[in-house]
Write a protein that binds this ligand. Structure first.
Ligand code: NAD
Length: 256
């Protein structure tokens, strides 16, 4: 029996990177997938084609999740797409590298609205649906090691992922009576387009690898495997947690 047989899953920001890997992993285990990105293009079509080839269904709903109205429409559109929704993976996320004293309100809003505000109202729409229909639900949020460890020059990003940590801790308690579980996955440095510059700059890459006990970047598929676990019944007693997928980065010991 496949773990997601008959389940419908919405994954935000799933045209590429970790979100796309989650879509393919969960589809390979029987899920129908609602893909999302700001716009539908050949990347989204490529993921749809791969999922269809696995014998599962996939639809793409274009929506900018940084706007609460859009994210609510996205969740409701996903429910309508296949008639029900079992799991929500809040994966879309953005970062901006800037000295703290130069961060503009526009940049702050761009990061916080995508990584935290949109997630907040997306979960709320999903919970209203579960509650109204007396259905269980699962939420997995794509956080980051930076919900826990510092990242100088990425203050807005750290604030957003730190907020996500407490949002998940808080909702785990509030949603448990509704039979809704919620957890975070916290990747370290993963080889995706968000890290293009890092991967193309050997000096920077070596510096990053120095702090990773496993001495390599993670693969999107390695993050997707943990997302699939948390979204599945195998994690039926797991809620309010963060699972780090970081090659040991977060709590590494640096020899002096
Ligand atoms: P990515 O840039 O490759 O993919 C992110 C996807 O989200 C893109 O397809 C993008 O278009 C989409 N997206 C961004 N803003 C959106 C919006 N407002 N509405 C809809 N879609 C939007 O990045 P990734 O590396 O795959 O990152 C995915 C998640 O993992 C993010 O939340 C990121 O913070 C987190 N993360 C990544 C790493 C890493 O090293 N790659 C590390 C820690 C955390």
């Amino acid at each position: 029996m496949k773990r997601f047989e008959g389940k419908n899953v919405l994954i935000s920001g799933s045209s590429q990177g970790i979100g796309a890997a989650c879509a393919l992993r969960m589809a390979s285990e029987g899920a129908n997938i609602i893909l999302n990105g700001r716009k539908f293009d050949e990347r989204g079509q490529g993921i749809i084609d791969q999922i269809t080839a696995m014998g599962q269904q996939a639809k793409f709903i274009a929506a900018d999740v940084s706007d609460p109205k859009n994210v609510i429409d996205l969740v409701n559109g996903a429910i309508a797409a296949f008639g029900s929704l079992d799991a929500l993976v809040n994966n879309a996320g953005v970062e901006r590298n800037h000295d703290f004293w130069d961060v503009t309100e526009e940049e702050y809003d761009f990061v916080l609205n995508t990584n935290l505000k949109g997630v907040f109202f997306g979960i709320q729409a999903f919970v209203k649906y579960c509650k109204a229909n007396n259905r269980p639900g699962v939420v997995v949020n794509m956080s980051s090691v930076h919900e826990e460890i510092i990242f100088p020059h990425f203050a807005a990003y750290c604030a957003s992922k730190g907020g996500l940590k407490m949002l998940t801790r808080n909702l785990a308690t509030e949603l448990a009576p509704l039979n809704i579980r919620i957890n975070n996955v916290a990747p370290g440095a993963v080889a995706t387009p968000i890290n293009q510059h890092l991967m193309e700059t050997p000096e920077l890459l070596n510096h990053v690898l120095k702090n990773i006990p496993m001495k390599r970047l993670g693969k999107p598929e390695e993050v997707a495997a943990v997302v699939a676990f948390l979204a599945s019944e195998d994690a039926g007693y797991v809620t309010g947690s963060t699972y780090f997928v970081d090659g040991g980065l977060t709590y590494h010991y640096e020899e002096q």
